[in-house]
Design a binder for this molecule. Structure first.
Ligand code: SF4
Length: 576
């Protein structure tokens, strides 16, 4: 029988455990599903023979929650949750959110701002002699000095503010097991300083590291900030990446090269672990967790993304190398899903950061690392990728044949430029997608229509969207299906001013002919290329100046005109 990992002493007693090896602390509800980072890490550590407990959304004002499971033998692992706590707590207009999908009952305010720092300091207060390791998206993307939009300032590495002993960045499964192994054998945190995928600090300059401009320099000088970011970005490759260091006052923050991606065998193994795919009963007592709805019957088929979109953090967190699970492993997971009590025959998604990247990668990248002088998908899809949808088509077909499965949806986004690039299977993929894997709407993310903005975003030219749309319409007409493309757009991205916003409005009105529902105002989240542009006013890769709209009212105007029925001539940009 599948068991949850304990959240209370009573549950530990039921398991006959007096103490735990590792305690994981998370800013989300404890949802035992592989889409939740903390669940993955917990199950991977359990699989390595350790006793693991979880503390979810502890009250940071008292000792009660954080001391609830006692003192772990090896370490505390801390994450803010599946998203950065500032993104979770605030809207794109910096207003407090009223609800939280990752919290039981949807209540806001159960996770502190800068949760990684708050939880780590809390643990340090009550468990002075236990190592604290931070990880997850918040820690990962704030690992060096970084611009923080919410305070409009450059902040130090989160490692220093959190006072944690070690930071694990990127996908942490292999690294965390290696750390646990070292500590279990009596080693110290310092013995982990040689591992890939970790960040630590030292008072001595590391001999073999590439030196980034210091925290003090990047705080004072925007050109230095852009220079530091470029180096940081380019070294984020497990094959060619160098060790990096950045001075903060008298402390050197050191990042070892990224961990190698998991092999297919390892991916198959970790996704096949004993997840209940449910919210832990202790959390459920407090209310329903909305975030499970979209993922409960979904399957992760691959990791990584070679899209490299400027506003997205995936490249720096999951990496540019795509690795995928075997067909057998995905089917096995689907069969487990069909046995769940509340399964109604629908697999809600089979994908990854971008759905149609399953099953092909560039051989050159795998052997020699990602190119530093060109991008895999921009301005054109690189021929070395040899785009091929056949494995993904086959996987979806096999899933459809599983007894009790009525529908298999693809809800992760697809890259339309990849479909167009695949001369052999692209059209067939689009037919199958339209026939079986969407229900009325296909979500696409051209993000903008203006060529200058798209270039800064590193997104394909809008002519590709037009070509794809026409193909999609032809196919659906042939299939006699009334299905539409729903677009995702970003307003006020760096490069977008009044003229570009009006261009986008014209595109929406003339070519889409409906009010777009999915428009977001650009949010400068930590450590993306776009955030560097927003803060410095420079493209970090060319040093060219970039226009940035910083007035909150004008940023909102860029979104509002897309949603409004009014003509552009009626809008009041000048008066803002
Ligand atoms: S050769 Fe092309 S696909 Fe391969 S890493 Fe370089 S840019 Fe990317």
């Amino acid at each position: 029988m599948k068991m949850f990992l304990p959240m209370t002493k009573k549950e530990m007693n039921n398991l006959g455990w007096e103490e735990l090896d590792v305690i994981l602390v998370t800013g989300d509800a404890y949802v035992d599903h592989p889409s939740f980072g903390v669940a993955l890490i917990a199950r991977v550590l359990e699989d390595s023979g350790l006793r693991v407990g979880v503390i979810s959304q502890p009250d940071w004002r008292t000792a009660d929650d954080i001391t609830r499971l006692g003192k772990p033998k090896l370490f505390f692992g801390i994450t803010a949750g599946n998203v950065d706590s500032m993104v979770a707590n605030y809207t794109a207009s910096r207003r407090k959110r009223r609800t939280d999908d990752y919290t039981p009952g949807g209540y806001a305010g159960k996770r502190p701002d800068r949760a990684t720092i708050v939880y780590s300091n809390l643990v340090k207060k009550y468990f002075k002699d236990v190592p604290v390791i931070i990880g997850g998206i918040e820690a990962s993307l704030r690992r060096f000095a970084h611009y923080d939009w919410w305070s409009d300032s450059v902040r130090r590495s989160i490692l220093l503010d959190s006072k944690a002993d070690l930071l694990v960045y990127g996908m942490a499964e292999r690294t965390i097991v290696q750390i646990a192994e070292i500590l279990r054998k009596g080693g110290s945190i310092q013995d982990c300083y040689g591992l890939r995928g970790v960040v630590y600090w030292t008072s001595k300059i590391p001999e073999d590291a590439l030196i980034l401009p210091s925290f003090e320099e990047v705080k004072l000088d925007k050109r230095k900030y852009a220079e530091a970011f470029k180096k940081f970005y380019l070294e984020n490759d497990p094959i060619t990446g160098e060790k990096l260091t950045q001075l903060h006052g008298t402390q050197w923050v050191v990042q070892n090269p990224p961990q190698y991606p998991l092999t297919q065998k390892e991916l198959d193994h970790i996704y096949g672990l004993n997840y209940t795919r449910k919210v832990h009963p202790e959390c459920l007592k407090k209310g329903h967790v909305k975030a499970i709805e979209t993922v409960k019957f979904s399957i992760t088929s691959h990791r990584g993304c070679y899209g490299g979109c400027a506003f997205c953090a995936i490249t720096l967190h999951q990496g540019k190398i795509v690795t995928w699970r075997s067909k057998e492993s995905v089917i096995e997971e689907a069969k487990k899903i069909t046995k769940m009590d509340d399964f109604k025959g629908i697999i809600s998604d089979v994908g990854g950061p971008t759905a149609n990247m399953y099953g092909y990668e560039c051989d050159k990248k795998l052997k020699h690392g990602t190119c530093r002088d060109k991008l895999c998908l921009f301005p054109e899809v690189c021929p070395s990728l040899r785009v091929n949808h056949s494995k993904y088509i086959e996987l979806l077909e096999e899933l459809r044949k599983i007894p009790k499965v009525r529908k298999v949806f693809v809800s992760s986004g697809i890259r339309h430029d990849l479909v167009l690039e695949d001369k052999k299977y692209g059209e067939f993929f689009l037919i199958k997608l339209s026939e079986h894997h969407i229900s009325g709407q296909l979500k696409l993310a051209p993000e903008h229509s203006d060529s200058r903005v798209l270039k800064l975003m590193r997104k394909p030219d809008i002519s590709k969207f037009r070509r794809f749309k026409s193909e999609f319409q032809k196919i659906n007409k042939r299939l006699r299906k009334k299905q539409y493309i729903i677009v995702y757009l970003i307003a006020a991205h760096p490069g977008s001013g009044e003229r570009e916003a009006k261009n986008l409005k014209n595109f929406v009105k003339a070519e889409l002919k409906y009010r777009p529902q999915q428009v977001q105002i650009f949010t400068p989240t930590p450590s993306t290329i776009s955030t560097t542009m927003y803060y410095t006013g420079l493209d970090p890769f060319t040093n060219e100046k970039v226009f940035v709209e910083k007035s909150e009212r004008k940023r909102r105007w860029q979104k509002d005109i897309l949603l409004s029925e009014k003509n552009i001539s009626d809008s009041k940009f000048k008066k803002l």
